[in-house]
Design a protein around this ligand. Structure first.
Ligand SMILES: [Zn+2]
Length: 551
């Protein structure tokens, strides 16, 4: 086991690059810096130079996460541990190890070796070729590699179940030791890749789930984030209308299903369309069939145009009884869980139990793993991500939800042991989480203020804005206003590279604890996304990162 996160000196990074020296000391048990914070300032605001100085591995992740059509106009990389959000609400997008490192655990007696914990690098993209090997299907080659150390030579499970704990990076597991005994057992009795990463930035749900499904990175599969620039110039959401068309390449679900004459069962139960990228295109693929889709809201629904929703799931009971039970569990029927309205958000253990009962019902009623044709089932537990955003990764809510998701994993394994025996379970996450500023001393990049300041800097007339939409990965700009005012993405990036804590705080006095930090930069880098090739040329003398940059 690694040392629990809270007690690790996360990093003493001394970067001496191009005359820029900065020192980040994070973080002892109190969360306070161990020594006086050295300069967190830079001697250039040039967008290419600033990005060029990021660590090679971080640059490679940004490159893999970029798409010419869909990406934000200005890519921002907060100066870690800064993040986009507020003091109360964190986000988790970036190229740094702490949001990139995720569990990747394979388990299945007879199919997966009991290797235990391995330190070697791995990527969520490796799930794709590994599923190909497990089902004996030759998949089109993509970016991942087969996780061969984990596989028994004659592995051929009847079902592969992929479980994603949304936002539960290694740093969340390390923060909450003892809350995930079932996963810990699977790590010891299966194979666990401690060096597994997402491998691309933005590290955001739809992008990473799509990487899991396709074995390719966003640069190839095209799903870069939640908000994306659409080909018509508008800014829209990933998998809008539950339509998988935005996913440019097939998933292993698509390929294995087609290759075996649509005999395999392929299905997913999850919260939102953001997770469709790990399932696939269903009947939208030529020759494909309507795979099972269940998305959890007040009822469980799908999209009959490309998928089907099994009757047992479409008619599954509502979450009400589960919420009531959770409400009463603290001895009081007051409609609350830890002071939050149980009905308000998809953020509590009742949703975990509900999803688990539904998915075991789905596995049973449809007969996943019932015959020798390999089936593929996917599920994503979202409450762990929502509590991370709402209450932060150190909150008792996170501990509760993590324990509930681990109990659910135990129930799934019990079901598979009893009914299937011959199976593989893969447990992973789509990104890590961001420590709260009270622990990390991070500055939250306040997006509303940032937008106001961009507009003020470029004298944007009242009622207009240069920013169509701010996101954790960077802003989408209003192309019309840019043209009218003769402002480029590079101009905006240069401005953001000079942007300081005092600029981002709308009031005279900085918040407590930040008094002496007004001159610190907020971002490590901001650059026009369409200049990413120039950033790579600057860093690597080539338009793309070399293998040695790592994943
Ligand atoms: Zn999230």
């Amino acid at each position: 086991m690694l040392t629990p996160f809270g007690r690790v000196v996360i990093g003493l990074f001394v970067l001496i690059v191009s005359g820029v020296t900065f020192l980040i000391v994070k973080d002892d048990e109190s969360g306070a810096p161990e020594t006086a914070r050295a300069e967190r300032t830079f001697d250039t605001n040039d967008p290419i130079k600033r990005a060029c100085d990021l660590a090679p591995r971080e640059l490679a992740r940004l490159w893999r996460g970029h798409d010419d059509i869909h990406s934000e106009d200005v890519t921002i990389v907060p100066l870690p541990p800064n993040y986009s959000g507020s003091f109360g609400t964190t986000s988790h997008s970036g190229p740094w190890d702490y949001v990139q490192t995720i569990p990747l655990v394979l388990y299945g007696p007879g199919n997966i070796k009991a290797v235990g914990r391995l330190e070697q690098p791995a990527s969520i993209a490796d799930v794709y070729p590994t599923a190909g090997r497990l089902t004996g299907v030759d998949l089109p080659p993509r970016s991942g590699r087969v996780l061969a150390d984990a596989l028994e030579g004659d592995a051929s499970p009847k079902v592969i179940v992929t479980v994603v704990w949304d936002g539960v990076g290694r740093n969340v597991l390390e923060r909450w030791p003892g809350r995930w005994p079932n996963l810990e057992r699977l790590e010891a009795e299966g194979t666990s890749y401690l060096g597994a990463v997402v491998g691309s930035s933005p590290s955001i749900t739809p992008a990473t789930h799509s990487t899991l499904g396709t074995g390719a990175y966003p640069r190839r599969h095209g799903v870069t984030a939640i908000e994306m620039r659409m080909p018509d110039g508008s800014v829209g959401g990933a998998f809008g209308g539950r339509d998988p068309a935005g996913l440019r390449v097939t998933t292993f679900g698509d390929e294995i299903d087609l290759s075996l004459g649509n005999a395999p069962l392929v299905g997913m139960l999850a919260w939102k369309s953001w997770h469709i990228g790990m399932l696939g295109h269903g009947a939208q693929t030529t020759g494909g069939d309507a795979d099972h889709l269940g998305l959890i809201g007040h009822g469980i629904t799908g999209n009959d145009t490309y998928y089907s929703t099994p009757a047992e799931i479409a008619g599954f009971r509502g979450v009400g009884g589960y919420l009531k039970e959770l409400d009463r569990a603290d001895g009081e029927a007051d409609g609350e869980w830890r002071g939050h309205d149980v009905k308000e958000l998809h953020d509590n253990p009742a949703w975990v139990s509900y999803q688990t009962d539904a998915l075991i019902t789905m596995l049973k009623s449809e007969g996943y793993g019932a015959d020798d044709v390999p089936d593929l089932f996917f599920t994503n537990y979202k409450p762990s991500d929502i509590v991370g955003h709402q209450y932060n990764m150190d909150s008792p809510e996170m501990g509760d939800v993590l324990a509930a998701q681990d109990t659910a994993l135990g129930e799934l394994i019990d079901h598979l042991d009893a009914e299937v025996q011959d199976y593989v379970v893969i447990v992973t996450a789509d990104h890590g989480n961001t420590p709260p500023p009270t622990r990390s001393d991070a500055w939250p990049v306040l997006q509303g203020q940032l937008q106001e300041d961009i507009d003020a800097r470029f004298d944007v007339p009242k009622g207009k804005s240069l920013v169509v939409q701010t996101t954790a990965a960077g802003p989408f700009l209003d192309r019309r206003t840019m043209k009218d005012l003769d402002v480029t993405a590079k101009d905006v990036a240069r401005f953001l590279n000079g942007y300081r804590i005092r600029d981002n705080w709308g009031e005279e006095n900085l918040p407590e604890g930040y008094g002496g930090r007004g001159d610190e930069n907020v971002l490590a880098a901001a650059f026009p996304s369409d200049r990413i090739d120039d950033v790579m040329r600057c860093a690597f003398d080539a338009p793309k990162p070399p293998e040695e940059a790592g994943i």
